[in-house]
Design a binder for this molecule. Sequence first.
Ligand SMILES: [Zn+2]
Length: 443
Amino acid sequence: MLDKLKQAELHVHVGGCLSAQDLADIAADFYREIDWQPFIENYQCVFSQVADPIAWFDAAVLNENLNPLEQGYYVTDKDSGDFARFQARFDLLIYIARHLRQKLGHQGPMLDRIFARHRNEGLRYVEYRAMSAIADTYEKFKAFHSEYATACMQASDQQMTVRYIVSLPRDNAVLSYRWLRQLLDELPQLRTVIVGIDFCFWEEGYPPKSMTAFFDQLHADNAMNPAQALDVVYHVGESFFDKSLESAIRWCHEAAMLGAKRLGHAIALGMDPQVAIRRCDDAHVSEPVSERLDQIAYDLKHARAMHAFGINVDVDALIAERNDLARLSPQSNLRRRYDANRLAEIRLRQRFLLDCLTALGTVIETCPTSNLRIGGVPSPADHPVHRFLESDVNLLIAADDPGIFNVTLVDEVDWVAQHSQMDQTQLAKRLGDPMRFALRALE
Ligand SMILES: [Zn+2]
């Protein structure tokens, strides 16, 4: 019944696909050569625990005891909601991947393991995405992404189609996008396998509007050359403690209006606001004045459409507030507390937004385990997927980083089936075939 959902993986990061066993096997010959000191210092800082990666690998490689490595590496429910903890663990594989590249000049063994695992799991279609943290020149960018894309192309066969999405850094979107186009000009054989662009990693501090120049350029290029058009998938509404819930919701809309085809996570649209603000002291109470001003402009612009959802925008009050705020520095901090009325209105905003996304055709990629372990969703009952399922929004289920979470796409789909009110038939009908959301139709 749910087979189609379990065969198409549309949101997965290459690095996050590696299991503890994969790391042990890959690094068996060289884990002692790695300078672990920066990893250990960061781990100490984040967990207040001493990490000993060499001892973890010794146990795994010499004694076939994976436990220490699993405990050091796997992100579990105990890490809930803390991206720094996720990153501190993820760094383990980054150190190994880097060393592998230095040693071999490529990362073939790592990629081969991932493809083999997913083929064994019965996946029929995968869109992998990856970002290079070290690609500060075109040559490095090209070397990194052309290797991954070529590996994806070569891994494609009758059983499993493999595509590649290039994750670009949010703080260097325009330049790195030009690099991507240059790469595709120089290596035209990769045009079929590279199907899109992703923005991931820290979203806080990078409002979608800061991507306007990038999207303008992309749309112009796509219009000029539709045969080589690239689509955008965009992580947003996943981590948003730096702002109000209204702003977090607005960011999702802004990303969709800029032209992102699929939104990664969008937790802000489906987790109840009461739950969101209880996650820590003063959660979502403050934000920069600039965000509030953007919100006021947004509310004024969408007042009529929001009214249809029961959201009453007090135009005069907003204009007066805007005039007051204009006297403050845009970076200064603004605190606004939540009461029952505001929370009720935020629920209406979420419904409004899901309706807007439905009209736009934007897809939400929901990643159950990821949201529970790094997205700050406190419990299965609070998971945004429930509201998403109730709405008509285009929705797909994905695993995000199945290796470091020690889960599979099958687990993720089964999790939704187990925790949602729908039975398998209803769920299959509601979600349909996720392949219709693949970034480029298969030939
Ligand atoms: Zn992701």
